[in-house]
Unconditional design. Structure first.
Length: 620
């Protein structure tokens, strides 16, 4: 450019403000003349000589060429025109071209015009090239693949979890009860059940060997009658000498423990009879009872082991048998000690020993003989109360019995002990011998299994086992144990034990299937296994006698939002026909009345049953 524009530097004067302008501004604003300083107005400098510019012909032609090109670009945008102007002109006109020079601060008038009269702060933006961001160098194709597969895997996992949760949900939503509530008990006299010692006496190993048979009946609890040492066991099994020592003919403590474990493996719980009376004549509070009473430990066994003594053999026995896996005790003869001054305190003490997950069973006589205040203590520490039904007395007596029980204090509110129904046990004649119409134990057991509470089956009743047949009275001295007939087994020759023998008795193995079917139905149906319904602050038994006349008994079982069931039983000696259409309409036969009966629809317009038959019907 020096060749085109030559300036005579000798004639130029230095600017008094050149030192005040920053280098960067001075470099880009060569034509901006700053205001003179104040002292310059007072003492003005002498007028500078005019600068002489020498323009040669070549520069003139170049400028003319630039001017012609500018005319050709008039059709372009205003921005382009502005950019093509010389830098000095653009800087002087920065009001309209601030976008090209963002570092130039707009004056107030321009800002006001651009914002419709509102002052706005000037915002400066600086663009950063993409390569300056650190994540631009990442492997984004790989990242996208990983993200996709992670999402799909998470989605699949969530679907699997939902499916597993749905699969694990119970198929039915039935009310929950404790293990002993509504379950079927199976009562065994061990010495008469099954022997493994060459026909001498039944034993613990014999019970273990037949655990599969017991479980196949649909029962959940095995209750063992007296297993304790006596001078002449089993003939004199009630005259025990200890609550801990086992009768030797049954086996030893290892056999007992092995039996319990084997039954548990079949989902069978063990309960034993504990004959307190007549062994115990008087009750004593054990030493340290107050300490045990006030103990806050969750496991009382530590305290019990320290404070039980010979003065309280019952506490010792409870502690001993719970350690061996026993889950419940029938306190036999407890009614004889109700009047003892320590009865209430000791009952609470015994309950603490076994814990609230194990159970006590007592006879109904305990409640009858106890005072009103003591009854509350009893019902707070007892789980099952045994009530016997004399099935041979007919429909009317059974109706009265059921009505009196359902309207007793046991059904006044939830949390009361449940009923333990018994129609045959070690102390009564065989069910098959008590019924007035031959061997009709099937109908009686079906009726028992339909009652509200916890029913019990005495061993052998499921096959109609009779008492010992002793027509010549050869075993008259053992008449008190004739009901303890040796158990008969399918595919095995019926035989007698050395301590109790007699002629062959009649049995019916075909009815086992119906007993099993009824026990299973009971386990699955809240209408049957529940004992009451609590509604509107009222607790009521969910069983109703619909009809009781001429030895025909009709009982209905129900539960909210569940199917209702009816059992019709002929407890008389003759065939019974009845029209029950005014009470019930129609239903389907589920169980009974005979082993060869087929399921089907039945109308209550015409009900006909032979003596001793029972039929279970689900209502439409």
């Amino acid at each position: 450019m020096d060749s085109y524009l030559q300036v005579n530097n000798a004639n130029m004067l230095g600017s008094p403000t050149s030192a005040c302008i920053p280098d960067d501004v001075a470099s880009i604003c060569p034509l901006i003349t700053p205001s003179p300083p104040t002292n310059a107005l007072v003492n003005p400098l002498p007028e500078s000589q005019e600068i002489e510019y020498i323009i040669n012909d070549e520069l003139v032609s170049k400028l003319q060429q630039v001017k012609d090109e500018a005319k050709e670009d008039d059709s372009t945008s205003s921005n382009s025109s502005i950019l093509n102007e010389p830098a000095s002109i653009q800087l002087l006109n920065h009001k309209n071209n601030s976008s090209n020079f963002p570092f130039i601060i707009k004056d107030e008038e321009s800002v006001v015009q651009e914002t419709n009269g509102k002052l706005q702060p000037l915002q400066l933006t600086f663009r950063n090239p993409p390569e300056n961001y650190f994540f631009m160098s990442w492997n984004w194709p790989l990242i996208r693949k990983i993200s996709l597969w992670t999402f799909l895997a998470g989605l699949a996992a969530m679907v699997a979890i939902v499916v597993a949760m749905i699969y694990s949900l119970p198929r039915v939503c039935n009310p929950q009860v404790e293990w002993y509530q509504g379950s079927v008990f199976y009562e065994i006299f061990p010495a008469s059940y099954y022997d493994t010692n060459n026909g001498m006496t039944g034993d613990f190993r014999g019970i273990s060997k037949n655990a599969d048979y017991i479980a196949s009946l649909g029962v959940k609890v095995v209750r063992l009658n007296s297993i304790f040492e006596s001078p002449r066991y089993p003939e004199d099994y009630k005259n025990i000498s200890s609550l801990i020592e086992i009768a030797k003919p049954l086996g030893n403590i290892d056999d007992f423990e092995s039996m319990v474990k084997h039954l548990n493996s079949k989902n069978l719980t063990v309960v034993i009879d504990l004959p307190i009376s007549p062994l115990i004549k008087e009750l004593y509070l054990p030493k340290g009872w107050n300490i045990l009473k006030n103990s806050s430990t969750e496991d009382p066994s530590f305290e019990i082991s320290r404070y039980t003594s010979q003065e309280d053999p019952i506490s010792d026995a409870l502690f001993h048998w719970t350690k061996l896996g026993v889950e419940g005790f029938y306190l036999k003869g407890l009614e004889n000690l109700v009047d003892d001054k320590h009865f209430g305190k000791l009952l609470q003490h015994w309950k603490r020993i076994i814990g609230f997950d194990r159970i006590f069973i007592i006879s109904e006589l305990v409640l009858k003989r106890a005072s009103e205040d003591l009854q509350e203590t009893i019902m707070s520490n007892v789980n099952l109360i045994d009530f016997k039904i004399d099935i041979e007395k007919g429909a009317n007596e059974i109706t009265k019995r059921i009505y009196s029980i359902e309207n007793s204090t046991l059904f006044t509110k939830p949390g009361r002990p449940w009923i333990h129904w018994t129609i045959g046990d070690e102390n009564t004649k065989r069910l098959a011998n008590r019924l007035p119409h031959g061997n009709s134990t099937l109908g009686a057991l079906l009726l028992n299994l339909m009652l509200p509470g916890t029913p019990s089956i005495f061993y052998g009743d499921e096959i109609g086992l009779n008492q010992i047949s002793d027509p010549n009275e050869d075993r008259k001295d053992l008449k008190h144990v004739h009901q303890l007939t040796p158990m008969a087994w399918p595919k095995l020759r019926q035989r007698s034990f050395s301590w109790l023998h007699g002629e062959k008795t009649k049995v019916d193995f075909d009815q086992i299937g119906l007993i099993t079917k009824m026990a299973t139905l009971r386990t699955e149906s809240p209408s049957i296994y529940m004992n009451s319904v609590y509604k509107n602050a009222v607790n009521k038994a969910n069983a109703e006698v619909k009809y009781s006349k001429e030895d025909l008994l009709v009982i209905q079982r129900w539960y909210p939002r569940r199917k209702s069931y009816v059992i019709v039983s002929n407890l008389g000696k003759n065939k019974n026909d009845a029209d029950l259409s005014t009470l019930l309409y129609r239903g389907d036969v589920i169980v009974g009345p005979r082993p060869d009966s087929l399921p089907g629809t039945i109308s209550f317009k015409e009900i006909s049953l032979l003596p001793g038959e029972s039929v279970v019907i689900v209502l439409e």
